[in-house]
Ligand binder design. Structure first.
Ligand code: ATP
Length: 311
């Protein structure tokens, strides 16, 4: 069943068309990534789905039913993790989750039970009596998620939930998203981070200038670019690699280094791998694994939009 379907949705703010005739269908059980640069229209699109922004035109179906105005019944099936953290600094972590749970119609023992479950889920059970003002950015984000999932929503909408937080909290959030999905929630997830989308999402829609310009699995989007390949090299830990040295090798088009994985993009026909391996040998950098694959999602994005996501 399609949990969400939208047809020809339009939203304008004055002269700006933030969402421009978008069609989307998200099936039950998906982790659907909405990816795009600043101002692409991602937040506006998902705010329309949770009734925080009114669409100008277009049709919307939620949980299999056509909806003109999103009502209480639909809202109780949706959990929203907004981009700006929405928690109360003068309520404890537990009181915050209970407050949001009660807004979603939970009461009594069930509300208490679900509150503790949500806090445990995001790893904050032992912090339940503390005020969020004592929390790190990552802990606040996790509390924000607990508030959004306390009522066991069928659909969870997360707007850049990992912006500006430490790696540990980020990994905890990514694991929580996977766990929520495996427990049956459908997730819509917006991000600027390609690696998150690659790692997490079953399907990705790329937005640019208010439109969904491409959609598919990560592999499908990567296969749009057929004239390049990637050399992915896993090195030993604590190895110093200078991207500029790799970039100066003839044929190398782009280099990314993520912890100890080096990804080098080059034209499909290039034989630069010989020089790349010579560089690693000369620098005495240990290679643990090496493989050839298609290009990254970042390059697919570049090929579709003419710019990098991070530009
Ligand atoms: N309330 C508003 N009033 C006026 N313009 C708005 C409003 N909300 C969004 N916009 C404009 O609509 C366009 C899309 O914005 P939106 O926030 O949806 O993009 P985004 O892809 O979510 O960007 P980001 O990644 O920065 O959050 C932008 O040009 C933005 O300036």
């Amino acid at each position: 069943m399609a949990i969400v379907a939208v047809k020809k949705i339009v939203k304008r703010f004055g002269d700006i068309t933030a969402v421009d005739h978008v069609d989307l269908t998200i099936q039950e059980g998906e982790i659907y990534g909405l990816l795009g640069p600043n101002g692409a229209g991602k937040s506006t699109m998902i705010n329309i789905l949770c009734d925080m922004v009114k669409r100008d035109s277009g049709d919307l179906w939620l949980f299999g039913h056509k909806v003109n105005k999103i009502g209480k019944k639909e809202k109780e099936e949706i959990g929203v993790v907004p981009q700006n953290i929405a928690i109360y600094d003068d309520l404890t972590a537990k009181e915050n989750v209970m407050f949001f749970g009660s807004l979603y119609g939970l009461k009594g023992d069930l509300l208490k039970e679900r509150t503790l479950e949500a806090l445990a889920f995001v790893g904050l059970l032992d912090q339940q009596k503390k005020l969020p003002k004592t929390f790190s950015g990552g802990m606040k984000r996790r509390l924000n998620i607990a508030c959004a999932i306390v009522h066991h929503p069928k659909l969870i909408i997360m707007d850049e939930p990992t912006v500006g937080i430490d790696t540990q909290s980020r990994n905890q959030i990514l694991n929580a998203v996977k766990k929520l999905n495996s427990k049956g929630s459908t997730i819509i997830y917006t991000t600027h981070y390609m690696e998150e989308a690659e790692h997490l999402c079953t399907r990705i829609g790329i937005m640019d200038h208010g439109k969904v310009i491409a959609e598919g699995t990560c592999e499908e989007l990567q296969s749009i670019v057929t004239d390049r390949k990637s050399i992915v090299i896993q090195t030993g830990i604590d190895q110093v690699i200078k991207p500029e040295s790799l970039k100066s090798i003839r044929g190398v088009l782009h280099v990314t280094i993520d912890e100890h994985v080096v990804t080098i993009e080059c034209p499909k026909e290039s034989d630069c791998i010989t020089d790349v391996l010579a560089y690693f040998a000369q620098q005495k950098i240990v290679i643990r694994d090496i493989k050839m694959q298609g290009v990254s999602l970042e390059t697919a994005f570049l090929s579709l939009t003419g710019r990098r996501l991070s530009d």
